[in-house]
Design a protein around this ligand. Structure first.
Ligand code: SAH
Length: 244
């Protein structure tokens, strides 16, 4: 279950923060680390600060986009000190986030995403997330060091896992009732844009309309069954369009 919980660090500047983050992860039983375009990695500073968690540093995967890091995940929670930068479902309380994440992780991969030391996550990166979470902190000084933010959220995840009500027993939920992966959802959005354009609903790619629809489906959290129903509906519209 904990092995389904991935930590993603986006474009980390200081290699030491990668080391401190893996130490934080390992203390809380997490081991899956993905680095999106780190400035410098591998690096002796990362290994030094890992302090006994070098196996996680060695096992880290490096990818070149956030989409590649989280494509297979069914829930992707972006950690952000700035409140509600986009109208995604937002967890104000990390423990509530952790309970939900652990529940999904019983069946499918999920991710917690952390931004750059200097400017966090971009709006495009937040749009790839399904949720956002903020760690409540001093309103006048509320930004934590990257690895400390990893520690706090990893602790919440570990606590939620220890206290899970069913004590580890997870009845298998049929795949169709579970959440689609981010990649499946992205294919649906591509399909929807194509049909909107081909039907004349929009005349060219329209970022605002698409952003509104993304928000709508982020709130609705359709299951895989509901998403295939929508795909079927779009395909049927398309078949009529091609007859015209
Ligand atoms: N200067 C950046 C913050 C960088 S801190 C900004 O203004 O956004 C590096 C990362 O640590 C953030 O991107 C976020 O993922 C995490 N982080 C730091 N403080 C946090 C908080 N209070 N709540 C949630 N995540 C936080």
């Amino acid at each position: 279950m904990l092995s389904n919980i991935r930590i993603v660090l986006v474009q980390t500047f200081h290699p030491g923060n990668i080391g401190a983050a893996v130490r934080a992860m390992k203390t809380m039983g997490l081991s899956d680390l993905v680095l999106v375009n780190p400035r410098q990695f591998p690096d002796p500073e990362a290994t030094r600060l890992a302090a006994g968690a070098e196996d996680l540093v060695e096992g880290a995967r490096v990818v070149d986009s956030l989409a590649a890091a989280v494509g297979d995940c069914v829930q992707v929670v972006g950690a952000s000190a700035r409140l509600r930068s986009l109208p995604l479902p937002h967890f104000d309380e990390p423990d509530a986030m952790a309970r939900e994440l652990v529940e999904h992780a019983a069946h499918d991969p999920v991710a917690l995403v952390f931004g750059r030391e200097r400017f966090g996550l971009t709006n495009d990166e937040i749009a790839l997330c399904s949720h956002q979470v903020s760690i409540p902190a001093n309103p006048d000084y509320g930004i934590l060091n990257l690895s400390q933010a990893v520690q706090v959220l990893a602790y919440e995840v570990f606590s939620a896992w220890r206290r899970r009500p069913d004590n580890g027993y997870c009845p298998t939920r049929p795949a169709q009732e579970r959440q689609p992966s981010r990649e499946q959802l992205a294919h649906f959005h591509d399909h929807l844009s194509q049909v909107m354009q081909r039907s004349g609903f929009i005349t060219q790619p329209h970022a605002r309309t698409e952003a509104h629809l993304h928000t709508l489906f982020a709130r609705a959290q359709p299951s895989r069954r509901e998403l295939s129903l929508l795909r079927g509906l779009l395909a049927s519209f398309e078949s009529h369009l091609s007859q015209d």
